[in-house]
Write a protein of this length. Structure first.
Length: 132
């Protein structure tokens, strides 16, 4: 009897493997953008109460960059002095900052910088609710 000789082939047929990889690549390319934008999130609701303007200090920056403490026009230096005095005497009410939408961004940031430098954490921004 003759023994069967097996010869090894020098090539491996990868056509099926390439087909599977291409199908997976197409599936990932189609589903990847959908995963980022298709997520629906139910956001929590806030139970925070509105701050009474009578119990707070309203700082206003108008479109010209003028700063007002309630209705009195002041400078940034005066603002710093008043806030320092009230912080030391522990008579600091919550601050409400309202900036005109046409005011330069830098004016509002200057006021916020002073408040941050003094370590005052009670700052609220006054906004108008959007009309739907």
């Amino acid at each position: 009897m003759k023994s069967a000789k097996y010869t090894s082939l020098g090539e491996i047929n990868v056509t099926s493997l390439v087909d599977v990889i291409l199908v997976l690549l197409i599936i990932f390319m189609i589903t990847a953008p959908l995963l980022r934008s298709g997520m629906s999130v139910d956001l929590p609701q806030s139970m925070a109460k509105e701050i009474d303007p009578k119990e707070s200090i309203v700082l206003t920056v108008d479109k010209g960059g003028a700063l007002f403490w309630d209705r009195e026009q002041i400078t940034l230096t005066v603002l710093r002095e008043r806030l320092e005095k009230r912080k030391v005497s522990n008579r600091l009410k919550p601050l409400l900052l309202q900036g005109d939408k046409e005011a330069l961004y830098g004016y509002v940031i200057d006021v916020m910088d002073i408040i941050k430098e003094l370590g005052i954490g009670k700052l609220g921004l006054v906004l108008k609710p959007r009309q739907r």
